[in-house]
Write a protein of this length. Structure first.
Length: 300
C-alpha cells in the first residue's frame, strides 16, 4: 500500500507553511493516530506538537519542522497485521432508511455493486465501504472512529482509513490495489455503520428543507412588508410531510442529488407529491438509473 507523502515547501516551526503542504502533513499525522488535529491547512500548536512527537517516535531530530524529501515522508510504515476473511452472515434489516440501504448496494460477491468491500460507485465518488459510506470528505480519524464503532477490527479500520479524502483516479487505484488486501466487512458491521450515519442525513435533509422554507417565506414576507411571517414557521411542517416523500428526499440527499432547484420547486408548489413524482420520472427517463424508478414507484 503506497503511503508516500509529498510536500513542495517546509511545514512546521519557521516553515513556509503553504496550506496545501500543511494539509498533506496533517493527513500524514492523522493516519498515524494524531486525531486531535484537524486537516485545515493551518499550523497551530496542536499540529506543531504532533509533528515533534511524530519525529521523536521515528528517531528524527524533534525540530518541529518537516522539509521536502525528508526521510519521514518517503518511508512506508509497517501495515497493521490483518488477515482478510469472508463472512457468511445474512443481511440484517436497518433501524430506519431501509429504502436507501437497499439502493446503495447488494450482497452478492460476484457483483460490481457488492458493498461489503471497498468500492467506488462512480469516478466522482470517493472510496466507499458498506451502503454509501463515502470517504471523499472524511478524515482518517473520523473514518477509524466510525468503523470501529460499527464493530470493524481496528487493524482493518486503519487500512480502510488510508482512503480518506481520495476521489477520482486516486480512489480508483486505491480500490484496485487494496480491495483484496483489506477484505470484507460483515453484514452486521455494514448494518451498524449505516445505522450510525443515516440519522445524520435525516437531520441534514430536515435542516435543508426548513431553511429553504424559511428563505422562501422571508422573500415573500419582505415583498409584502410582513416581516413577522417567518416566526410562524415551525418544524412540524417537516413532521407532517407524507412519509414516502420524506423517504425520497432523504434518499436524494444521501446520494447527493437533492438540489436547491427541485427543493424550491417542490416547496413552492405547496409540497406537492406530483412535483417530486414528475422529477423522479424525468430523471429516470434521462439517466435510465433504476434508483430513480424506485423513487417514482414509492411516490405513486
Amino acid at each position: 500500500m503506497d503511503n508516500k507523502f509529498k510536500i513542495n515547501q517546509s511545514v512546521g516551526i519557521k516553515g513556509v507553511n503553504n496550506p496545501k503542504d500543511v494539509k498533506e502533513i496533517q493527513l500524514l499525522l492523522q493516519q498515524n493516530g494524531y486525531c486531535n488535529i484537524g486537516i485545515d491547512g493551518k499550523v497551530g500548536n496542536k499540529t506543531i506538537q504532533a509533528i515533534m512527537d511524530f519525529q521523536a517516535k521515528n528517531n528524527i531530530n524533534t525540530s518541529g519542522l518537516i522539509v521536502p524529501n525528508q526521510k519521514i515522508l518517503n518511508e512506508t510504515p509497517p501495515e497493521p497485521r490483518y488477515l482478510p476473511k469472508q463472512y457468511n452472515d445474512s443481511p440484517i434489516p436497518v433501524k430506519s432508511g431501509q429504502f436507501t440501504f437497499d439502493q446503495e448496494g447488494i450482497d452478492r460477491r460476484t457483483s460490481v455493486l457488492f458493498s461489503r468491500v471497498i468500492h467506488q460507485p462512480t469516478l466522482e465518488s470517493g472510496v466507499t465501504i458498506g451502503r454509501g459510506y463515502d470517504m471523499k470528505y472524511r478524515t482518517p480519524c473520523e473514518i477509524r472512529k466510525d468503523l470501529e464503532r460499527a464493530g470493524i477490527p481496528s487493524e482493518q479500520a486503519k487500512l480502510i482509513s488510508k482512503a480518506a479524502l481520495m476521489s477520482g483516479i486516486e480512489a480508483k487505484l486505491f480500490v484496485k490495489n487494496n480491495k483484496h488486501k483489506i477484505g470484507e466487512i460483515s453484514n452486521l458491521q455494514q448494518t451498524n455503520l449505516f445505522n450510525l450515519i443515516y440519522p445524520l442525513y435525516v437531520k441534514e435533509t430536515k435542516r435543508f428543507f426548513l431553511n429553504k422554507i424559511r428563505n422562501l417565506s422571508l422573500v415573500k414576507a419582505t415583498t409584502n412588508n410582513l416581516y413577522n411571517t417567518t416566526s410562524n414557521i415551525h418544524e412540524e411542517i417537516w413532521d407532517l410531510l407524507d412519509e414516502n416523500i420524506k423517504i425520497v428526499l432523504i434518499d436524494m440527499k444521501y446520494q447527493g442529488v437533492l438540489s436547491n432547484f427541485i427543493l424550491k420547486k417542490f416547496i413552492s408548489s405547496g409540497k406537492s407529491k406530483k412535483i417530486l413524482l414528475e422529477h423522479t420520472k424525468n430523471e429516470y427517463n434521462s439517466t435510465k438509473k433504476n434508483r430513480w424508478l424506485k423513487r417514482s414507484e414509492l411516490l405513486k
